[in-house]
Design a protein around this ligand. Structure first.
Ligand SMILES: [Zn+2]
Length: 230
C-alpha cells in the first residue's frame, strides 16, 4: 500500500518515472527501462548444474529463468524492491512481463504453484513475492494457480552466505504438501515459481516432497538465476 503514496521515482536511479502507467515505466525511468530490455536469460550451461541436482527425482524436471542475475543491475533493484520494500504490485508486474517472453510455457504446464514463505516470514512481509509472480504468470498463461498446495513447515534462515551443502541442509524437509491438494497435482505438469534460483537447494527439497503427488513433470521457473555468492 505504501507504494501508492510514494512519488514516482525510478527505483534504480531515482530519476522521475511516469505516473499512473500500469507498466514497468511506473517503476523505472526511460534509461533504466532501456537497461531492463537488454537483460539476457541465463546461458544453458548456467542452469545445467541445477538441473543435474534434480536428476534423482522420480519425474522429468526442467529449470527455467527469465534473466541472469547481475549484481548492481536494474534487475537487482527490481528484486530488492519487491522483496524487501513493500512493493507486491511490482512482483505482480514482473509476472506479466515474463509471461510475454515465456508464453510458450503455456504449452507444457497445467498447474502453477509458488515457492511458499513460512507463515512468520509471510506475517513480517505481508505478502509472498513468489506468489505474486506466480499468480500473475498463471493469469497471463490461463493456467490453474494453487497457492496453498505446498507449505513451508519451518522458518528457514536466509540462504545468503551459505555453501551448497549448507543450503541443502537448511531446506531439507522444509516443505510439505497439503493433503487435500495431492489429488489435484497427480499426473499434472507443474510449474513451481520462485523469485531467484541460486543453487537449486529449494527446488530439490520441494521436488522430493512433490514426489508424493506423482506429477507428470515439474518445471521450476524463476525471475532470475543467480550465481552462488552473487
Ligand atoms: Zn532510472
Amino acid at each position: 500500500m505504501l507504494e501508492l503514496f510514494l512519488p514516482r521515482r525510478c527505483i534504480h536511479c531515482g530519476e522521475p518515472a511516469k505516473k499512473g502507467a500500469e507498466t514497468l515505466s511506473k517503476y523505472l525511468c526511460s534509461n533504466c527501462l532501456r537497461e531492463y530490455t537488454t537483460l539476457e536469460p541465463p546461458a544453458v550451461d548456467e542452469l545445467e548444474d541445477r538441473t543435474r541436482r534434480l536428476s534423482t527425482l522420480p519425474f522429468p524436471t526442467g529449470v527455467y529463468a527469465a534473466y541472469s542475475f547481475i549484481p548492481e543491475s536494474v534487475l537487482q533493484s527490481i528484486i530488492h524492491h519487491f522483496k524487501y520494500l513493500d512493493m507486491p504490485r511490482l512482483a505482480k508486474r514482473m509476472g506479466n512481463e515474463v509471461a510475454v517472453t515465456f508464453g510458450q510455457l503455456a504449452n507444457f504446464v497445467d498447474v502453477i504453484l509458488p515457492v511458499p514463505l513460512h507463515v512468520t516470514r509471510y506475517a513480517e512481509r505481508g505478502y509472498n513475492q513468489s506468489a505474486m509472480l506466480a499468480k500473475s504468470l498463471s493469469k497471463s498463461l490461463d493456467k490453474i494457480y494453487l497457492k496453498d498446495a505446498i507449505k513451508r513447515t519451518r522458518p528457514t534462515p536466509t540462504q545468503t552466505g551459505l555453501t551448497i551443502t549448507e543450503r541443502e541442509e537448511n531446506v531439507r524437509g522444509a516443505f510439505k504438501l497439503t493433503d487435500r491438494r495431492i489429488e489435484q497435482l497427480k499426473g499434472k505438469r507443474l510449474l513451481i515459481v520462485d523469485d531467484v534460483i541460486t543453487t537449486g537447494a529449494t527446488m530439490a527439497s520441494i521436488g522430493a516432497e512433490l514426489a508424493k503427488a506423482e506429477p507428470k513433470e515439474v518445471g521450476f521457473f524463476a525471475l532470475a538465476a543467480a550465481q552462488l555468492g552473487a
